[in-house]
Structure formats: C-alpha cells, structure tokens
Design a protein around this ligand. Structure first.
Ligand code: MG
Length: 159
C-alpha cells in the first residue's frame, strides 16, 4: 500500500466588499474572505493538505501571494493546479475530508454543492470528498465572525 496523508489548514479574514467563496463555490453573505486569491479557505486547506502529502511544501510555497498569476484565483483553479502538481510527483488524490469553521453564514445547505465543486476540480468521485461545517461556539476571532478557517486531510495514492 503506497499511500501518503497530508494535513492542511487555512484561515482568512471576513471583510466587507468581498464576495464569499468557500469550497470552490460562491455563497451568499454580507462579507467575503480577504486574500490575494479569492480567499477560499476551504479550497486552500485541501490544497495545503495535498501538497504536504506529496512533499511539495505548503500552499504559500507553491502559489506565492506576490505572484500576479494567482491574483483573484478561484478555489477550483488552485485545486486543479494542485492536482496537476501532485500528479507530476507520481501521486493521485484518493480522498478528501475538509472541516470548515465559520460562525456565519450557516453552511449546511451548501455542503452538496461544495462537495461537487471540489470533486470536479480534483477529478474525484463525489463519494471521495467530504465537507463538514461547524461554528466555533462563539469563541475567539472565528466565533466573533472576524474570520473563517478550514482544516483538511487528504489521502494520496502512488500512481
Ligand atoms: Mg488561503
């Protein structure tokens, strides 16, 4: 069994004047996530996990925040590019589990669409992708609605 596992994490500030993108879809909200890219913390956590599993470092090492190529880049684009870079290292993604921590908006209704979008970007069956969402119980910056964070675990198989 030639598999690798990676853990990913990301957090972005919620600010006015930005659209909210999470899990490679747009979600209606009065604020959005600040970032050089579209700020999709869930997609970034998945990329971070896959890159770590493949020995490619973290998201910032692969997609520099000063590189104009990634200005406003969507989560789907970063996921697809991560998949390409992981494949070049001799691995394919086998399974993704991402956990989003957000006080608002409520994300449960958007889980199926996020799963579908992440699976499409990574060329995975929807059954291989899990998206979960929880609040931070009102605690800390996430609980005050100042930020949204995400954790992800990705399993890779050698090709
Ligand atoms: Mg990020």
């Amino acid at each position: 069994m030639n598999v690798r596992v990676g853990l990913g994490y990301d957090i972005h500030r919620l600010v006015e004047g930005r659209r909210l993108y999470l899990g490679a879809i747009e979600i209606p909200h009065d604020r959005g996530l600040l970032g050089h890219s579209d700020g999709d913390a869930a997609a970034h956590a998945v990329c971070d996990a896959a890159l770590g599993a493949a020995g490619l470092g973290d998201l910032g090492a692969q997609f520099s925040e000063t590189d104009p190529a990634w200005k406003d880049a969507s989560g789907a684009i970063l996921l697809a590019e991560t998949r390409r870079r992981v494949a070049a290292r001799g691995f394919r993604l086998a399974q993704v589990d991402v956990s989003i921590v957000a006080e608002a908006p409520r994300l449960a209704a958007y889980r199926p669409a996020m799963i579908e979008a992440i699976a499409r970007a990574l060329d995975l069956e929807v059954g291989a992708v899990s998206v979960k969402a929880r609040t931070n119980e009102g605690l800390d910056s996430i609980g005050r609605g100042e930020a949204i964070a995400a954790w992800a675990v990705v399993l890779l198989e050698a090709t």
